[in-house]
Design a protein around this ligand. Structure first.
Ligand SMILES: Nc1ncnc2c1ncn2[C@@H]1O[C@H](COP(=O)(O)OP(=O)(O)OP(=O)(O)O)[C@@H](O)[C@H]1O
Ligand SMILES: [Mg+2]
Length: 288
């Protein structure tokens, strides 16, 4: 199981869009995926339209047991392989501005209650399997995607404690660039609580090729973050809003703009899967 967080400290830059795009790309490959909706706005949950769940992510963080976790997860309406740890505005009570390490570790402990797979992790030739640990009518997820809220309170920081890689999303605009700087510093700071944590990279979204300002900011980002700026820039395409409005993955929206964006999500997912494989190899070398 490989855990990726999607964050930015600025609102509206595309965190949820990227989470959903990756979930759609993972579904296409048949990867067993859990989307964790950590944003009180619950946009990822709205988009994925999961079935009824007895409890939500807010309850699961309050009582991080396998049973509450299992009753807070519901299948998405998108694909059999994509489940949702259902969001709720009640999660705001877990967004303490100055949490101690006990609170920060809650999400990590919660995800540790998911059924673990040792061999089939991120192995796309292996069939999905069901877990045998308590509370595990749940499958072995190969990928966990966490959609973060646009702030640096307890929720985003607890995501950073729980993930292997963080995708930092930004628009090519001045305020977003300073937001990504702060997000990058947050990732570095949280490595004290989570040594596994690494930035996967800075993902530029809503890029308009004919905008001189966008071009300028993209160059500025490359100067600031060098190779950490991911080469696959996501263009601004109305297909994104159209697919979201229709409640379907961008991968099922058949327009040139949607295909262009879907291709970029395949590339990004490929990076995440490769990062997962290298992490597994490193673990293997340490234990073997
Ligand atoms: N590449 C894109 N092209 C066109 N529209 C986009 C693109 N990416 C995101 N959007 C639109 O921008 C708006 C904000 O996107 P999204 O909700 O993903 O941002 P967010 O960072 O999750 O926001 P919040 O901080 O509120 O959680 C949405 O209406 C979405 O459809
Ligand atoms: Mg969002």
């Amino acid at each position: 199981m490989y855990v990726t967080g999607v964050l930015s400290l600025k609102g509206g830059v595309g965190k949820t869009t990227v989470t959903l795009g990756l979930a759609g790309a993972a579904a296409k490959q048949g990867l067993r995926t859990l989307v964790v909706d950590l944003d009180p706005q619950g946009n990822a949950t709205t988009a994925l339209e999961p079935g009824e769940s007895e409890t939500t992510v807010a309850d699961a963080l309050e009582h991080p047991s396998p049973a509450v976790l299992a009753s807070s997860i519901a299948p998405s309406s998108w694909d059999d392989t994509v489940d949702v740890l259902v969001g709720s505005e009640d999660i705001e009570r877990h967004n303490h501005p100055d949490p101690g390490s006990q609170r920060l570790g809650r999400l990590s402990r919660l995800l540790a209650a998911l059924p673990r797979s040792t061999v089939a992790d991120l192995d796309d030739t292996a069939p999905p399997r069901r877990g045998t640990t308590p509370g595990a009518s749940l499958p072995h997820y190969e990928l966990v995607l966490i959609d973060c809220p646009p702030s640096l309170g307890q929720l985003t920081r607890s995501a950073l404690v729980a993930v292997d890689r963080a995708v930092l999303v930004t628009e090519p605009t001045i305020f977003a660039v300073s937001g990504v700087q702060r997000a990058f510093e947050a990732v570095q700071a949280e490595r004290a609580h989570n040594p596994r944590l690494q930035p996967l990279g800075v993902l530029i979204n809503k890029y308009r090729a004919r905008s001189a300002e966008h071009e300028f900011r993209v160059n500025e980002l490359r100067e600031l973050f060098g190779p950490l700026v991911l080469s696959g820039v996501l263009p601004d395409r109305t297909a994104v809003q159209q697919a979201q409005g229709a409640g379907v993955p961008i991968q099922r929206w058949d327009t040139p703009g949607a295909r262009e964006i879907s291709q970029q999500f395949d590339v990004l997912l490929g990076r995440i899967v490769r990062a997962g494989h290298s992490a597994k190899e490193r673990r293997g070398r340490r234990t073997g």
